[in-house]
Design a protein around this ligand. Structure first.
Ligand code: EPZ
Length: 423
């Protein structure tokens, strides 16, 4: 990473209610698996509404070094052609910067019969093993060895299998669904992840000629086909970006409208915002929120979709930090996703962590401070804290935030925030 990117900071003057409208970008966690789906076909895959994010450019680099032809006709329009993959390898240098690289494993194995993918390793929020990905591929006939930090996989044509996921895994479900698309016979994935991004991937695969049913439910059936053809697909809007801006508006007592946002994939989050006292309204492709009075504390318990998303936990911790009352936040998905707590406490938040639960006692204000981002969603919570704190906040290591939020300071400035990036 370039030296200056490491040194970049965000500087925020707090205390201004967010007002106005912005457009929500395409979903990072739909774009990443869908980019990998291009590996399954010899024909071109045309994608629209691709978010312009660090993780997306990393994934494009990973695919390009495999031999995938890539044309970026605008920041949001990408054409991929995997007609000649001559290097089915995902090297450590790229994988260590983005765990979602594991999503090339299933498609490479299904299309070329071999794959060499660096083990992602842990990250700030937890160990995050990939044992369920490997177990599912072995059930389809793959031979997989893990050595020297790499997953070495090979297979003849994969065979359909009945796979029960011990844990609900989003990318595990996506990897196996992509691999099964070209397998011989029928695969059934039970206890599958139901996230909307899994359904968006299935819709793209079906447009390419796959035969997938049940995506979005906990049982997905994939009837393997001999080949997939080219297709066009528009990436769904980012529900976590939407939720993040809604929480920022609620915490700052503002009034905003998110164009391109979809309310029907955010039920758990909108329900909690309503419980906190926000007025939320929506139509087919926008969500509006107004917060007139100080928010009320709300208890949060993260769980797989459609329950409350773990990717929104840090943001609600900030909201609860300035709300009236106390609330308990329980994180059930990742074992170490409270990295933002100590930074928020430095801004005056009253948070006590006991295992996977955090008790937040609301205060009527936070104080600006110099803080450090540790992971993507924790960074977002520090930005929200800076927006509502009294005085000035500087956030370091903001490369974390650029991985998952497109032009965050431009969008916040559009809503009246006093925020700028400094080298
Ligand atoms: C996806 O990660 C998302 N990333 C994460 O978003 C999100 O937080 C997570 O799902 C949960 O919703 C992408 O989609 C690219 P999991 P993923 O496999 O698939 C354990 C963000 O902020 N597990 O659903 O890696 C795992 O350790 C990111 O955008 C195994 O034990 O998450 C975790 O405790 C952060 N073995 C739980 O399951 C496995 O083989 C859920 O993980 C796989 C997972």
């Amino acid at each position: 990473m370039g030296e200056n990117r490491l040194m970049q900071k965000l500087s925020i003057e707090g205390g201004i209610p967010l007002q106005g409208e912005i457009r929500i970008s395409g979903a990072k966690n739909a774009a990443l698996p869908i980019l990998c789906a291009a590996l399954l076909s010899d024909e071109a895959l045309y994608l629209e509404n691709v978010p312009h994010l660090k993780d997306v450019t990393t994934m494009l680099s990973l695919l390009a070094q495999m031999g995938v032809g890539i044309t970026v006709s605008s920041p949001q329009k990408v054409e991929l052609n995997a007609g000649k993959i001559d290097n089915p390898v995902a090297p450590y240098e790229l994988v260590k910067t983005m765990r979602a690289s594991i999503l090339v494993l299933g498609p490479l194995l299904a299309k070329t019969g071999r794959a060499s993918v660096s083990l992602p390793g842990g990250c700030a929020i937890g160990l995050r093993p990939v044992d369920l990905h490997i177990k599912g591929l072995e059930a389809m006939g793959a031979e997989i060895e893990v050595e020297n930090g790499y997953i070495q996989a090979k297979a003849g044509r994969l065979r359909g299998a009945r796979i029960f996921m011990d844990l609900v895994s989003v990318t595990g479900t996506e990897n196996l669904m992509m691999a099964a698309s070209l397998a011989q016979g029928v695969t059934v994935i039970e206890n599958a992840a139901r996230e909307p991004e899994v359904l968006d991937l299935a819709n793209c695969l079906n447009a390419m000629g796959a035969r997938i049913s049940g995506a979005g439910t906990d049982t997905i059936t994939i009837e393997g086909v001999d080949a997939l053809h080219g297709a066009s697909h528009k990436i769904m809007p980012d529900r976590i970006e939407s939720g993040t801006f809604l929480v920022a508006a609620a915490a700052s007592l503002g009034k905003i409208k998110l164009n391109g946002a979809k309310a029907d994939i955010l039920d758990a989050v909108l329900d909690k915002l309503h419980e906190a006292g926000a007025h939320v309204s929506f139509d087919a492709d926008s969500i509006s929120l107004e917060m007139k009075d100080r928010p009320k504390s709300v208890n949060i318990r993260t769980a797989p979709y459609p329950a409350f998303p773990t990717d929104m936990q840090a943001q609600f911790m900030v909201l609860n930090s300035v709300s009236e009352g106390s609330a308990l936040i329980t994180e059930t998905i990742f074992e170490n996703r409270f990295m933002h707590v100590q930074e928020l406490c430095r801004m005056g938040a009253h948070i006590e962590v006991e295992g996977n639960a955090a008790m937040v006692r609301g205060r009527d204000h936070l104080g600006g401070a110099n803080v450090m981002a540790t992971d993507l969603r924790a960074s977002a919570s520090l930005v929200i804290a800076g927006l509502v704190a009294r005085g000035h906040t500087t956030i370091e290591r903001i490369y974390h935030i650029d991985r998952g939020y497109e032009c965050i300071e431009e969008k916040l400035a559009q809503l009246g925030a006093r925020i700028r990036r400094i080298d």
